[in-house]
Design a protein around this ligand. Structure first.
Ligand code: FES
Length: 106
């Protein structure tokens, strides 16, 4: 398991024991106040928006073009920190990753 620190929509920090090989979205969507992920991880909805802690930005793979397109029109889009949690696969190198559930409003 990989320990993640997730700040949910209500501002609570929750520790998550994440399963490597599954996306961030799959690992956090069952939290009580988390991402909705209504497209199920198809990079087609942006309801899995999260904001990555600044200290982790250079340790994640870059956004794909498709991910960028889905994110950039969100009202809460952050050019540095915004990611679609369904597009990031958890690995052991993400031990301690901090992220915040983001708004999916346009
Ligand atoms: S779950 Fe829809 S874009 Fe990630």
């Amino acid at each position: 398991m990989v320990k993640l620190f997730v700040t949910d929509k209500d501002g609570r920090e929750v520790e998550v024991d994440a399963r490597p090989g599954f996306s961030l979205m799959e690992n956090i969507r069952t939290l009580p106040s988390s991402v909705e992920a209504i497209c199920g991880g198809m990079c087609a909805c942006a309801t899995c928006h999260v904001l990555i802690d600044p200290g982790w930005l250079d340790r994640l793979p870059p956004r794909s073009f498709e991910e960028q397109v889905m994110l950039q029109d969100l009202a809460a889009f952050d050019a540095d920190r915004s990611r679609l949690s369904c597009q990031i696969v958890v690995s052991s190198s993400y031990e301690g990753l901090k992220l915040t559930v983001g708004s999916d409003e346009y």
